[in-house]
Design a protein around this ligand. Sequence first.
Ligand code: ATP
Length: 239
Amino acid sequence: MSEPFFQVDKLEAGYGEIRVLWGIDLAVSAGEIVCLIGSNGAGKTTLLRTVSGLLQPTAGSILIDGQELAGADTRRILTGGIAHVPEGRRLFRTMSVKDNLMMGAYLRKRDASVEEDLERVMTMFPRLAERAHQDASTLSGGEQQMCAIGRGIMSRPKLLMIDELSLGLAPRAVELLSESLIEINKSGVAILLVEQDVMTALDLAHRGYVIDRGQISFAATSEELRQEPAVREAYIGAA
Ligand code: ATP
């Protein structure tokens, strides 16, 4: 693994008195797809929300290219190169698909590169191109996920964080999205994927972390995690 450009060290966060993250260490190198798996309530969403500035950490560090982002606001984190595709996609339902995509670029200077990126997203997801002028609310679940990922790419991130790629989607939609993520990754974007379907996560990712009650309990390659008896028993359902 090359030197990580994104590094989380001893990160702690929670909600009021309730501490959820208890010292998370995690890193991503350029070119990687890394997954984060764990049971319901383990803290996966909380970790992504803390990294993207929606939740303030109470301790620890979040570095991207050596720059400290812990405690920074969401704008600074987005311009620092981190895009977040939230659980439930959170599209602007009464705005068109195209306008939703353009929202991803709202902090960028409006130049030709924004139009080029929009074209790239439309080429990657032809279904979005066909539906560019429809309201986002009219999209199927898989198309909404395409739109949310496309919106993420429109900020030109170094790291794309996706919370629950496959939740509520048909297997064929998950396949299409997985192929797109591989293409996005090959174009130079690292991916941090939170995914409740552990097999989907391990098939896509090069490496993975297991989070258990707010702490990392395993960190290994996807192949090693697939073979690890404790992981199989707890998360794959085959000891
Ligand atoms: P899931 O897959 O079920 O979403 P998760 O691993 O993403 O699980 P989180 O959503 O990060 O888990 O939740 C971690 C813990 O934080 C849970 O105990 C949850 O009840 C608690 N929690 C989450 N959001 C809030 C909130 N807004 N206020 C208080 N507690 C919260």
